[in-house]
Ligand binder design. Structure first.
Ligand code: NAD
Length: 355
């Protein structure tokens, strides 16, 4: 469910899910400070609420926080008749979803995403997990939430940089979906990202519909779901090249999308005007990416050691045209490097891509 100011209709939907009226509500601490009272009040319309607060930030996707959550649930004698609710961004839905999946062999859970990135991406599709010292999201499982409730009013308190990071994912979907979403996104930007007129809810809805459709075809991410990584092969490498935490995920993704679109144009030189139009939109997003130092040596290693690479090199998701993605390893290394050099022109670079 997506809407603006839609929290008041949540209890009606949730009562059907909660069999004994007990809710374990797990909040991002910043979201709790801003919205906790209101959300608790709404959820008390469903049943007895026990709230728990998690420190914000990527570091919370850890075994330590997972243990804290599970200790809390078990000491409160959680049962499989209860419902766990995650309220926050992608960090919280990944962590809380994993705790719900692994406690008592699986407890129903609901997500109330509060960042744009989690509304369009992290809360959808059932991937849950935590990080390991050797890398991000290396421990986890698939556990679908029973309900995802998006109220875009939460976005009003989101810091600008987090909103921009989420827009990176919306930009990705615009390429994957094609058609009118590109213009809707342009209008949203031209209107100064106005969060009050319902336009953002429409964008969120289009992205969710697309992702849910892909996940239905390939829930366990063995084939078609890979298209959702459009821009990510490059984006993850850019994130690593800049040093983890120096760019938000969506910011690195915008740079990754720039490289992916250039590579698409090199691969499909006769592509339509729609691809050129989308490429221009992607270019206009580059201004939103903060300038950073970036190590090409680290980027190169990350790109060619990417965990999602195929046997014959990394998988690239390219666009034949907006709305028509393909998954391929068949790209020229020279074109990959050229696309990257163009996409990275605003960065202060060290090392080299050829090493
Ligand atoms: P996040 O959860 O860290 O939230 C970003 C920041 O915004 C935090 O500081 C948080 O306290 C704050 N915040 C959240 N909502 C707010 C609000 N309404 N008002 C004010 N502040 C608010 O970051 P994110 O970008 O939402 O998620 C990133 C995480 O999502 C990463 O760990 C990534 O791996 C994961 N992810 C998962 C999937 C998936 O399919 N499971 C997909 C994409 C990303």
């Amino acid at each position: 469910m997506v809407g603006s100011n839609s929290m008041s209709s949540l209890p009606g939907k949730m009562r059907r899910l909660s069999r004994n009226g007990r809710l374990f509500v797990m909040y991002d601490a910043q979201v709790y400070a801003l919205h906790g009272k209101d959300v608790d009040r709404v959820l008390r319309g469903v049943g007895r609420v026990s709230s728990f607060v998690i420190p914000p930030g990527e570091r919370s996707k850890s075994r330590t926080q997972l243990s804290r959550l599970q200790d809390f649930l078990l000491s409160e004698r959680v049962t499989r008749e209860d419902v766990v609710v995650a309220v926050g961004g992608g960090v919280i839905s990944d962590l809380v979803g994993y705790a719900a999946a692994t406690t008592l062999r699986g407890i129903d859970w609901v997500v109330i995403p509060t960042t744009l990135l989690s509304m369009v991406d992290a809360a959808i599709g059932g991937k849950t997990g935590i990080n390991h010292g050797l890398g991000k999201n290396l421990i986890g499982t698939f556990w679908q939430p029973r309900l995802v409730w998006c109220d875009t009013r939460f976005l009003m308190t989101l810091p600008d940089r987090e909103l921009i990071s989420g827009l990176g994912e919306v930009l990705k979907y615009a390429g994957l979906i094609g058609g009118k979403i590109t213009e809707k996104l342009e209008d949203f930007l031209c209107g100064g990202c106005n969060l009050e007129d319902g336009a953002v809810a429409k964008l969120v809805e289009s992205c969710i519909r697309y992702k849910a459709g892909v996940v239905e075809l390939d829930e366990l991410d063995t084939g078609k779901r890979m298209v959702l990584n459009f821009g990510h092969t490059f984006g993850h490498a850019v994130e690593t090249g800049a040093g983890h935490g120096r760019l938000r995920h969506g910011e690195a993704l915008m740079v990754g999308l720039k490289a992916a679109v250039d590579l698409s144009q090199a691969r499909f030189p006769g592509a339509t005007g729609a691809l050129t139009h989308y490429a221009r939109l992607v270019e206009s997003f580059q201004e939103m990416v903060p300038r950073r130092k970036l190590s090409l040596d680290r980027l190169r290693d990350a790109l060619f050691l990417d965990k999602k690479r195929g046997k014959s090199g990394p998988n690239f998701i390219l666009l034949q045209k907006p709305g028509k993605p393909i998954i391929t390893t068949n790209v020229k290394l020279r074109d990959v490097k050229t696309s990257l050099r163009i996409a990275l022109k605003r960065f202060e670079l060290t090392g080299n891509l050829d090493g």
